[in-house]
Design a protein. Structure first.
Length: 442
């Protein structure tokens, strides 16, 4: 009996539809949410945000209040849906909105908000920066028929000013120049700073927004960026990586400041090289360049393995060629240390087309994960096309497609073997290097 109860409790922690059923509430559903009551006729919606590791306790606590007041709500269906919502993978302005409470026109919004604040103060959640906040993890959205005016604000806290995400200067020493990549989880900026010798230098500033990338272990983006800083400090003696300048926090967000590499990503260079051409149509110089870079990639990955590290995100976008023609590894936060057994579980997933089945299943990393990804690297480097556009799960079809693009049988065979599900059947780096070394340029 106790085992049955434990299993039932465990299921409730991952499937929130069960909680709604146990409360005897009627509902409808879509791919990600459960809906109870009338979610159309309301003035204000209160959205609740919480990290994924606290969901199992947070949801029953909030639903108890909602149910006692007979309010309509929208709730994530299960832990997988919650993860999508918290990582902004669904869109439709649903980021962070784990529970949304729909308040009717004649309702006491302020009283409900104060009651929710007492309950939710025990929890933490990522910021929903495009909505006004009324608590640490409570945000409100006006959906009334009349145009909103500040006099209509019904909550005890003052109407907050819009959250300023783009600060020009961090800690008085790093000036942000441009946004390289805009992302809900954290932006990437170019910046500049003054060294101790009063020289002005450029840098890359990688932002991790408050509580983003939170996982079931309670780790978030701060842990990832801290790991990346520590990792880059160790790897600078092993492979060529950007120099770490600083790791700082500002208003809950974490910023990793790194040396700016002058050059282009390998991804960008491959697009320029191929430009509607195939391997057969490239000049000998272009072919030799690609083989030379791939050889450097293999050498770098081999050095990582020799020192007990698994990369776990080998893609052309994560390598740069600097102005001296040297290969630089630029994004290492998914890397795993075999000697430290850290991070465990490893951080995040890799990239589709490069990510092995065992990596998807979050198994303990091994070098075979990188052998699989090297298959994707070779597809991209010898075709100019991302591996996701090939039939990588059908080896016969993949072999046919690749031979038509590349025309080198031993290379095509090695690529296909990299995609074997059986990890011990994938070619290791030495075997791949032998195949690459034997390619004749003509």
């Amino acid at each position: 009996m106790e085992l049955v109860q434990n299993l039932k409790q465990k299921k409730r922690e991952y499937d929130y539809e069960l909680i709604v059923k146990e409360m005897g509430l009627g509902y409808s559903e879509d791919d990600y949410f459960i809906y109870h009551g009338n979610t159309e006729q309301c003035n204000w919606v209160i959205h609740c945000s919480v990290v994924i590791s606290q969901l199992a306790n947070f949801i029953p606590a909030v639903l108890t209040i909602i149910h006692s007041k007979n309010l309509s709500f929208r709730l994530v269906k299960d832990i997988e849906s919650a993860n999508f919502i918290l990582q902004d993978k669904v869109g439709n302005n649903t980021f962070g909105q784990v529970i949304s409470i729909y308040c009717p026109y004649d309702f006491s919004y302020s009283e409900l908000a104060e009651e929710l604040k007492k309950i939710t103060s025990l929890y933490k959640g990522p910021r929903i920066t495009d909505l006004p906040g009324i608590g640490d993890n409570l945000y409100v959205e006006y959906q009334g028929k009349e145009p909103f005016h500040p006099d209509m604000w019904p909550f005890k806290v003052s109407l907050p000013k819009p959250f300023d995400e783009f600060k020009k200067v961090l800690f008085g020493k790093y000036m942000i120049l441009n946004i390289v990549k805009e992302d809900r989880k954290g932006n990437v900026f170019t910046g500049k700073y003054i060294t101790n010798f009063f020289l002005v230098k450029k840098c890359i500033i990688k932002q991790g927004k408050y509580l983003m990338w939170s996982d079931m272990k309670g780790r978030d983006v701060k842990d990832r960026l801290t790991w990346q800083r520590d990792l880059l400090d160790r790897l600078k003696y092993i492979v060529r990586v950007p120099k770490v300048i600083d790791l700082i926090e500002s208003e809950g967000d974490t910023y990793l400041v790194m040396e700016r590499i002058s050059g282009d990503t390998l991804d960008m260079m491959l697009r320029e090289i191929y430009a509607e051409r195939t391997w057969r149509e490239l000049s000998s110089d272009k072919k030799q360049f690609i083989i030379s870079v791939l050889t450097d990639v293999l050498r770098s990955v081999n050095r990582l393995h020799d020192h007990g590290y698994i990369h776990r995100d080998l893609t052309p976008a994560n390598f740069m060629i600097n102005k001296r023609g040297e290969l630089v590894l630029i994004d290492m936060e998914l890397c795993y240390s075999l000697s430290q057994h850290y991070p465990l579980p490893p951080f995040g997933d890799g990239t589709i087309g490069f990510m092995s089945p065992e990596q998807k299943e979050k198994q303990t990393p091994s070098p075979a994960e990188d052998y699989y990804a090297l298959g994707g690297m070779m597809i991209a480097m010898f075709t100019g096309i991302p591996p996701v556009r090939f039939h990588i799960d059908d080896k016969e079809e993949l072999q046919t497609e690749l031979f038509g693009k590349i025309g080198i049988s031993p290379l095509v065979e090695a690529i296909c073997k990299c995609y074997y599900n059986a990890v011990d059947e994938r070619p290791d780096i030495n075997a791949i290097t032998q195949v690459i070394s034997a390619i004749s340029i003509s």
